[in-house]
Design a protein around this ligand. Structure first.
Ligand SMILES: [Fe+2]
Length: 267
């Protein structure tokens, strides 16, 4: 077993289509609200050259690149294609693992079309596939045993009505996570859990229901049995670092800043 694994953590890429906005697909649906947000922040939101540089820097200095969701902006097919081209470029030099965010399942129909697993399935090959549940956003949890670490990718992406950006792990996936953590190959390694929505949230319940992880408490209860571990998340677009004490030790909980910008937006 290797003694070290260098993980580069990126999040909230919000990749846009290189062909511009597709009006036909946007009319009278939720994407109009998304596009209004985009116009408001144009130029601060997504710069392909900057993101490509960040990805190649990560690929050059890390053993594993993890991206914690909101990889696309409006779940458009061309955004997925563009994002996959960028991530495939990085994947030539480093292993890549991704989890979906609320922007990657922007509409229930996208969820049904399973665009996320279709485009990013090559970044979600589990070493313990028997533990995965067949969720619309893909097979999760996805477990990768890499040297001293067990990387555990979770999906918190569920379709939501306009202006609601919250996420949920769900009881089915939580039960699978418990099984994964108890697996001997995981238990002897340091778990590195990937999730888009924040597992820690000091805000009032109403705010959590609007754009947080609605079952964060249940997730923390499962993780509280760990003596050590790392939880990497995104969604908040700012860097967060917290240490959460558990019964037998502590967890490091870290959010990455939005990779292509510092725009402080949650939805
Ligand atoms: Fe998000």
């Amino acid at each position: 077993m290797g003694v070290m694994l260098r993980i580069a953590h990126l999040s909230d890429l919000h990749v846009l289509s290189p062909f511009g906005f597709e009006w036909r697909q946007a009319f009278f649906n939720k994407r109009l609200t998304g596009y209004a947000n985009l116009i408001r922040q144009r130029g601060r939101v997504y710069r392909r050259d900057y993101l490509a540089a960040v990805l190649s820097g990560a690929a050059a200095h890390a053993d594993h690149l993890v991206v914690t969701g909101d990889i696309t902006n409006l779940s458009l097919e061309r955004e997925f294609e563009e994002a996959r081209a960028l991530l495939d470029g990085a994947a030539r030099n480093v292993e890549v693992t991704v989890v979906p965010g609320n922007h990657d399942t922007y509409l229930p129909s996208i969820h049904e079309e399973r665009r996320f697993p279709h485009h990013f399935g090559s970044f979600l090959r589990s070493d313990l596939p028997e533990l995965a549940r067949d969720l619309h956003s893909g097979p999760f949890p996805c477990v990768k045993l890499r040297g001293p670490a067990a990387i555990i990718a979770l999906s918190s992406a569920v379709p939501r009505p306009p202006f609601v950006a919250s996420g949920r792990v769900g009881r089915v996936q939580l039960a699978a996570l418990e099984e994964a953590l108890a697996h001997p190959e995981v238990a002897r390694r340091t778990p590195v859990v990937l999730i888009h929505h924040p597992p820690v949230d000091g805000r009032i319940r109403l705010a959590q229901l609007r754009d947080g992880l609605v079952d964060a408490e249940l997730l923390r209860a499962v993780l509280s049995r760990l003596a050590r571990g790392l939880v990497l998340f995104g969604h908040v677009h700012v860097r967060v670092r917290r240490r959460i004490p558990t019964a037998a030790g502590a967890l490091e909980v870290i959010a990455a800043r939005s990779a292509p910008s510092a725009a402080p937006t949650w939805t």
